[in-house]
Design a protein around this ligand. Sequence first.
Ligand code: NAD
Ligand code: G6P
Ligand code: MN
Length: 442
Amino acid sequence: MIMKKFSITVAGGGSTFTPGIVMMLLDNQERFPIRKLCFYDNDKERQETIAKACEILLAERAPEIEFHYTVDPKEAFTDVDFVMAHIRVGKYAMREKDEKIPMKYGVVGQETCGPGGIAYGMRSIGGILEILDYMETYSPNAWMLNYSNPAAIVAEATRKLRPNSRIINICDMPLGIMLRMAKILNISEKDLDISYFGLNHFGWWTSVKDKEGNERIQELKDYVKENGYDITIETDVHIDQSWHETFQKVKDVYAVDPETLPNTYLKYYLYSDYVVEHTDANYTRANMVMDGREKKVFSAARDIIEKGTAKDCGFEADDHASYIVDLACALAFNTKEKMLLIVPNEGAIENFDPEAMVEIPCIVGKDGFEKINQGRIPRFQKGLMEQQVSVEKLVVEAWAEGSYQKLWQALTLSKTVPSAGVAKQILDDLIEANKGYWPELR
Ligand code: NAD
Ligand code: G6P
Ligand code: MN
């Protein structure tokens, strides 16, 4: 039988993650063959550096793949099977402001959590809806696999504003943690069978079994109690010192509820004071990424262009991003793989808002996903999730209605913000900084 070949558009072609994704796609050609690959971005120059380098790489390693790049939506989204979306509206310059403005008021400054995540959400919603609309205009049968952040807010926006669209929102953090769990247990990640519930960047494992069906969570808890999820994984190309610290801090997050194992991002909510104390307000994560990953990826790209060859190039395959291929394969070939997705709750967590976007295990096949019921959740997590999901919903309502009041409420309700007064000061600064990116608020 001849295997179907796919046409992929990468939205956010100029992303620091694009070369790693391309290398990973090349490594997966046997199970997921590509006939056409297109990069789309709204920053022509930024994309061009990455695209020209990838063009050389693809010509050398997979000349059968038709490659092009463009800033024209019609060209980018016509004849496409899958859109892989990783855009960052406002780029690192705005991420830096998201992180530094709250810090001025002693509040957590983070890409996806607290005021920074809210600000980023207000920028991302429009960008993602625009791409989704292009896809549905030019390739109505395509699927959009979105991992642009803040995924929780983006997912709520698409649920509310594009309820019938073919978008699946996914995050790599739980998977990144599960690779660590597998390493701790000395088994393969593919052999883990888990139960998990929560919101994006806000969830907990309740069971981790091996392929023989044995419950292994206690062994993990014994490890996490001492070390968090910190363990060296040689192939994890994006892990630097700041991530090691995040993985170590999990031990304190775990201590608050030893019944479950937490997502790393909960530290921003449960230890906000610690995070603020341990953040340099003049040199935040955005600065580390600009001086680290961005410099490294763009200089490797320039090097390839200069030499005219990608032999011995500095691009590294982002192997852990193969979950994106797993998801595409599941949709294309009906593999029925179990994956953690961000989906409408609709009763899957029984005692939680049916209209919330939750992160839970799903079975993925050719018609999309089927949710796996996670039963009832404990009061501690339910309380935290109700507060956080209300923040996310208020942000989307504020964006859709242009409501200052609702955005102020969203910031006030965030567990990371101490008072309505501080929320207002941060909001007014963020409005100023986000002129041209946010809808006008009244
Ligand atoms: P980056 O700034 O290097 O790349 C983002 C690209 O998106 C830029 O080239 C930018 O020009 C482009 N862009 C911005 N707005 C656009 C629009 N409206 N239309 C088209 N293109 C647009 O950022 P990065 O650090 O490589 O991250 C990319 C995205 O992937 C971010 O949203 C990041 O948070 C996300 N991410 C998510 C996960 C996850 O688990 N969900 C994992 C890794 C990265
Ligand atoms: C994890 C999260 C992503 C996030 C990324 C940030 O992978 O799941 O949602 O974008 O970390 O990493 P960075 O290195 O950019 O701080
Ligand atoms: Mn994520």
